[in-house]
Design a protein around this ligand. Structure first.
Ligand code: C2E
Ligand code: MG
Ligand code: MG
Length: 733
């Protein structure tokens, strides 16, 4: 097997490596001599070695690489033999080393055999005779070579490390480690893997056998340079701990971000014995955070910056402008009647419109300007380096013009929306983002009030108007409780019959704080706040009650027209509200006419058609109010159960002066008749207008010529006393 020379060198090496003292050396020398002489004498020598070993607490091992066998000698107290020290010998290789440590042992061994490591040093678990595991630290060296110089034997000593129970992992701790979602790896102080848990394999893709004995740097990712990792490792060794986030690389090459803690285990003040790293893959969590950050800064619908990012960018722009002494324009943009579009086409289409509108807006102002969506249909544009206020106006005009062309939603659907724009300027109107935004918003309201589809630049007087608006809408809330509302009534006359056929109920608000507030001011406010639902129902009931009273006083064959706003119509239960009010007041449904403006009907096309049908089924008449101001075509109206068409006073007012208005009116009358509609001309103020309309076959007129709107009592008297000859009287009077 082995030559004497080899045995001698084995001895010398062992003396050096094992440092077991003279006793051991003697035993060993004796043992080899005996072995050379006779096999049985070997046992004697071993006996002595055993004794020496037992005294030192070490065990001796010898790995025969050719036979793949392990020899082990150590002493233990055998209770059966009455507490005698006995030697245990095991020669089987398999089963002695813990399966989880086998790869590490192999790796260490290979490294030593290749000459990479001067000695074989390895912490491992070995099986005791009774089957439990003992954790030991083994030191050894190649002690025999064959004729080709190949190592045939490695020998050394091992001593128990860790707790007296053999540092066998506590079953609970072991269970925790195995079931942890975090990767746990135990490493040597040289950062080579000793053990890893299942989560490690799951996260990194490396099986224990892939890594044990190898250096932790196999997980290093090119995202960091080697100094980064070196600094971490130095920190762990020096200070015993490092925690943070770092990139790592999986077995398949994919990189992942991990949150890691490294710590060293050992005696304080001494070099660490063991290192542990615990880490988890936070790539997804980070991505989610990034997404959240994105969501926090960008509008999910249009991908434009949101209010938060806008303020940040505006702040930065202000800093630049202050430094460079330049000017910034903030354009606040709101699409006109967008709510109606949204309600009528549905929210999905509304969202699509906003996306397309966002793109067009960005294209119009260019990439160098920030376009942000503040929510709903409100957008903001920040333009830097504006030479003069007129430049900002110019930009606003361009935007309005860009929206002249309809937005294309898909091959079939096109929608036209127009913006109203308010402008504020830095440094003229404000020094901070909030101020600039608020003032641009104020200016935008001014643009709306000025008729929409226009822009307006902020000036201080607007703030006053806005404050008023705010207080008016505050007062409006209390209006019903305070009884500040009332109805006035304006009669309608049939031209062929020369008789008053009905009245229109018009709402009036006499505010204790603000005096008479015109409906053109408070109705939009009530619509914005939703208060119109309550007000509208009040108007409906009040109008029906008034007509009932008049009927009871002997006035019959009169109908009552009530204006209805979009919000009321959109509410699911509006037909029920009407039915209920009719039932409560006892008014015949055919005496009630609901006036809907063109925009209400057009904005809600499909939805409205169904609603209108259900009104018609109850017997209520339906009129289109202010016809000619919107975009509805008569052809479209044909599909709706409309009974009456009211031509807007705008056309009537210009009948005599504007030939276009005259011909429009004539056409509308003719076409409406062809559709079987009753035609009412609003705002008739002169006899000429009346005569013209009469000649064109218009059915009814309403206007100052006949009478302005009147209080209920006065109107009742008017209706009672009115005679056809009054036409002539009015004409001459
Ligand atoms: P409208 O329904 O078109 O009402 C006709 C408007 O024209 C009334 O204005 C009336 O006073 C005015 N008018 C009548 N004859 C003439 C005339 O010969 N010349 C001129 N220049 N004007 C005339 P008013 O009362 O200020 O109402 C304005 C609008 O407010 C109404 O227009 C209607 O759309 C809305 N409104 C009024 N009452 C209500 C209501 O109870 N509910 C809703 N939703 N809207 C209402
Ligand atoms: Mg009306
Ligand atoms: Mg009208």
């Amino acid at each position: 097997m082995t030559s004497s020379a080899a045995s001698g060198s084995t001895l010398a090496l062992l003396l050096l490596v094992l440092a077991l003292g003279l006793g051991l050396a003697w035993v060993w020398r004796d043992r080899t001599r005996l072995r050379r002489e006779h096999a049985t004498s070997l046992e004697q020598a071993e006996r002595r070695l055993e004794l020496a070993l037992s005294a030192s607490g070490e065990q001796f091992w010898e790995l025969d690489l050719e036979r793949r066998s392990l020899r082990r000698l150590h002493m233990r107290l055998d209770p059966i033999q009455g507490g005698q020290l006995v030697a245990e010998r095991q020669t089987e290789w398999d089963g002695v080393i813990h399966p989880e440590d086998a790869a590490l042992v192999r790796a260490r061994l290979v490294s030593h055999l290749k000459g990479e490591a001067e000695a074989f040093v390895c912490d491992l678990r070995i099986r005791e005779a009774e089957g439990s595991w003992r954790r030991v630290r083994a030191h050894g060296r190649a002690t025999a070579h064959d004729a080709h110089g190949r190592v045939t034997r490695v020998s050394g000593v091992a001593h128990q490390i860790g707790d007296p129970a053999g540092m066998r992992p506590h079953p609970v701790a072991d269970g925790v480690e195995r079931n942890m979602r975090e990767a746990v790896c135990v490493m040597h102080p040289d950062f080579s893997f000793v053990s890893v848990n299942p989560a490690f394999t799951q996260i990194t893709g490396y099986a224990p056998a892939d890594v044990l004995g190898r250096q932790v740097d196999l997980l290093d990712s090119p995202q960091h340079d080697s100094e980064f990792y070196a600094a971490i490792r130095a920190e762990v060794l020096v200070n015993g701990r490092w925690a943070g986030e770092l990139w790592a690389r999986r077995k398949d090459g994919e990189e992942f971000l991990c949150s890691a803690v490294f710590f060293a285990i050992g005696q304080p003040g001494h070099p660490p014995q063991t290192l542990v790293a615990v880490f988890s893959d936070i790539t997804h969590q980070k991505r989610a955070e990034q997404e959240l950050r994105y969501l926090a800064n960008f509008d999910a619908l249009t991908n434009l910056p949101n209010r938060a990012l806008l303020s940040e960018r505006l702040s930065r722009a202000i800093v630049r402008a202050r430094r460079e002494n330049s000017r910034i324009a903030v354009l606040f943009l709101d699409f006109d009647h967008f709510k109606d579009v949204n309600d009528s086409l549905g929210h999905a289409a509304g969202d699509r419109i906003l996306r397309v509108a966002a793109t067009r807006l960005q294209e119009t102002v260019g990439e160098q300007s920030t376009v942000a969506r503040l929510g709903g249909d409100e957008f903001t544009v920040v333009v830097e380096d504006v030479a003069s206020p007129e430049d900002a106006d110019h930009m606003a005009r361009e935007i309005i013009m860009a929206f002249e062309a309809p937005l294309r939603l898909d091959e079939r659907v096109e929608v036209a929306i127009s913006p109203s724009i308010g402008i504020s300027l830095y440094p003229d109107h404000g020094q901070v983002p909030t101020e600039l935004l608020k003032r641009a918003d104020t200016a935008m309201y001014q643009a709306k009030a000025a008729g929409r589809r226009t822009f307006s630049r902020y000036d201080d007087s607007m703030e006053v108007a806005l404050r008023e608006r705010a207080t008016v809408s505050g007062a409006l809330r209390k209006v019903l409780d305070r009884g500040e509302l009332r109805l006035v009534f304006q009669p309608r006359m049939s031209l062929p019959q020369r008789r008053i056929v009905g009245v229109e109920a018009l709402l009036r608000w006499q505010s204790s704080e603000h005096g008479d507030v015109p409906p053109a001011v408070f109705i939009p406010l009530a619509e914005e706040t939703g208060l119109i639902l309550e007000l509208g129902e009040w108007v409906l009931r009040e109008a029906c009650l008034t007509l009932r009273r008049w009927q009871q006083s002997g006035l019959h064959r009169l109908s009552m027209s009530v204006n209805v706003s979009a919000l009321q119509l959109l509410r699911g239960d509006f037909p029920l509200v009407v039915e209920r009010v009719l039932a409560e007041t006892g008014l015949a449904p055919d005496l009630l006419e609901l006036e809907l403006t063109e925009s209400v009907i057009m904005a809600n096309a499909e939805q409205t058609a169904d609603k209108l049908q259900s009104f018609r089924r109850t017997g209520v008449s339906l009129a289109i109010d202010d016809f000619g101001t919107g975009y509805s075509s008569l052809a479209y109206l044909r599909r709706l159960p409309i009974t009456t068409l009211k031509i807007d006073k705008e056309f009537i007012g210009d009948l005599s002066s504007d030939p276009d208005d005259a011909s429009i009116t004539t056409t509308v009358i003719t076409m409406a008749h062809s559709l079987g509609l009753n035609v009412v001309a609003e705002g008739v103020e002169t006899r000429e207008q009346l005569d013209f309309l009469d000649a064109q076959g218009c059915d009814e007129i309403q206007g100052y010529w006949l009478s302005p709107p009147m209080e209920s009592d006065r109107c009742q008297a008017f209706l009672r006393d009115w005679r056809p000859q009054d036409i002539r009287a009015a004409a001459t009077g």
